[in-house]
Design a protein around this ligand. Structure first.
Ligand code: GDP
Length: 453
């Protein structure tokens, strides 16, 4: 396999930048571009040793740096690895990378270091995927769930289910294939018990994905309300910066501005929207239509009302549109005199929060209400958690095959027929962990990674 190199730190100036080299020739490539102050070749160092020195490219010194040596198999990729930590300037890191590429390394593809770790048996697919989740985590809960997956919680759970199925499949196959041997057939009761346990475990995993997804990916959130109730002010308050235009002229927030904010444990993918009111203005009309679409797509709706005006038909329209959605009613402008009949809101929303976006009052109450509506407060990040749609699809396919096996058992089909369903379930689970994933599945997964990881 070729020796690969890439910049592993972010594409912005920083204190330190790391260029990672991995593969059979990692040490000799590094020795060609890195001169230690002691004069000792990196190749002569044992694993986990660091050396101070200088990086050279075309005989010119590029930077002072530290080279960290890892010897196969005790490295991230399972191969020989050298990590050169230089100063974190964009030019410097690029020059160090160029030096490595000019001296025998080839550019690493997206996720190729982690892909090699997977191919070399250093980690299964669930652990590999969790690396990306750790990098992209925007809340403590998301990071904890991802770390727990990196620690093997999901792998262990899926392997346990798969093993229980493999055991019954093997015993049934032996009983069918060697009728003369004294192999006990599994009783229908025992078989059903194993299948039902596997089914329950998978259902638990699948069910927790709804909330898990919200924690990992954030929740698509629509802030809705008629013009001038304070949607933009609220959004700016939540995001801590001025992203959308705030103005006291009704109907001026015409388009949708998107932003991701972390509120407590929840990452909200916020959309500030045009006021939800009927209008003849063409530009605004587009915004209103898009608001309706956004509301349809949103998994969380923050419906804003102005406490200093009376509840009117437009407010009632919004109340109607929130029916059946995960919604929090926000009664804004509590710093002003109230003219608002809150009963109409209380009747239609389980969660009502009073706040003043202007005075920054009531944000904690909003955070609590959102956690309650989404059910994220009680999410157990130490339990096995599905981290993405691929894993969900594998579990769903396995569950379907198990359901078919249970039906086959109930209508008295042969052990052979039963085993076909169980084999398919096992295959889905082994695809999830990567034990049996096809090359295209593996390539697809790692292509979503960033270069250098
Ligand atoms: P939007 O049209 O719903 O996005 O409303 P804006 O955020 O543009 O706010 C409209 C007006 O209401 C602006 O003048 C804001 O400063 C004002 N406003 C927003 N929130 C509050 C609040 O909590 N209290 C008071 N007194 N004014 C507010």
């Amino acid at each position: 396999m070729s020796t690969i190199a890439a910049i592993s730190t972010g594409q912005a100036a920083g204190g330190i930048g790391v260029v990672r080299i991995s593969g059979e020739n990692a040490l000799s490539v590094a020795d060609r571009i890195f001169k230690t102050v002691s004069g000792i070749k990196l190749e002569k160092l044992s694993g986990y040793k660091a050396a101070f020195g200088k990086v050279f490219f075309e005989e010119k010194c590029v930077d002072e740096a530290v080279a960290l040596v890892f010897k196969a198999p005790k490295s991230y990729t399972g191969e020989d690895v050298v990590e050169i930590s230089c100063h974190g300037g964009l030019l410097v890191t690029k020059q160090v990378l160029r030096a490595a590429l000019a001296n025998g390394a080839v550019p690493a593809e997206a996720g190729e270091f982690t892909k090699r770790a997977f191919l070399n048996g250093k980690m299964d697919l669930t652990r590999a995927e969790s690396v990306m989740n750790i990098i992209s985590a925007k809340s403590e809960q998301a990071k904890s769930a991802a770390l727990n997956t990196l620690d093997g919680a999901l792998y262990k759970k899926i392997s346990e289910i798969s093993l229980s199925l493999k055991k019954i499949a093997a015993q049934m196959a032996a009983w069918v294939d060697y009728p003369d041997e004294e192999i006990d057939d599994l009783s229908d009761d025992k078989l059903k018990e194993t299948l039902l346990t596997a089914k329950a475990e998978l259902e638990k995993l699948i069910k927790s994905f709804d909330v898990g997804k919200i924690i990992i990916e954030g929740v698509e959130t629509a802030i809705v309300g008629k013009p001038n109730v304070g949607k933009s002010t609220l959004m700016n308050l939540l995001s801590g910066c001025e992203k959308s235009i705030v103005t006291s002229v009704a109907g001026t927030t015409r388009d949708i501005v998107e932003e991701t904010v972390t509120l407590g444990n929840n990452v909200l993918r916020l959309a500030d929207t045009a006021g939800l009111h009927d209008t003849e203005d063409t530009v605004e009309k587009i915004g209103v239509d898009r608001t309706r679409q956004k509301l349809d797509r949103a998994s969380l709706v923050l419906a804003v009302f102005d406490s200093s005006t009376e509840v009117d038909d437009e407010d009632m329209e919004i109340i109607k549109m929130c029916n059946g959605k995960n919604a929090v009613a926000i009664i804004n402008k509590t710093d002003l005199n109230t003219k608002f009949n809150a009963e109409k809101i209380n009747k239609n929303f389980e969660n009502v929060v009073y706040l003043s976006a202007k005075d920054r009052n009531g944000i904690q109450e909003l955070e609590n209400a959102i956690e309650k509506v989404l059910g994220t407060a009680d999410f157990d990040t130490s339990a096995a958690t599905l981290m993405n749609e691929r894993q969900l699809a594998c579990c769903t396919a396995a569950l379907q095959s198990i359901d078919e096996a249970i039906s086959a058992l109930e209508i008295g089909m042969t052990r052979d027929a039963l085993n076909v369903n169980i084999d398919v379930a096992v295959e889905s689970l082994d695809t999830l962990t990567g034990e049996k994933a096809t090359e295209s599945v593996v390539n697809e997964i790692f292509s979503q990674f960033c270069v250098g990881k």
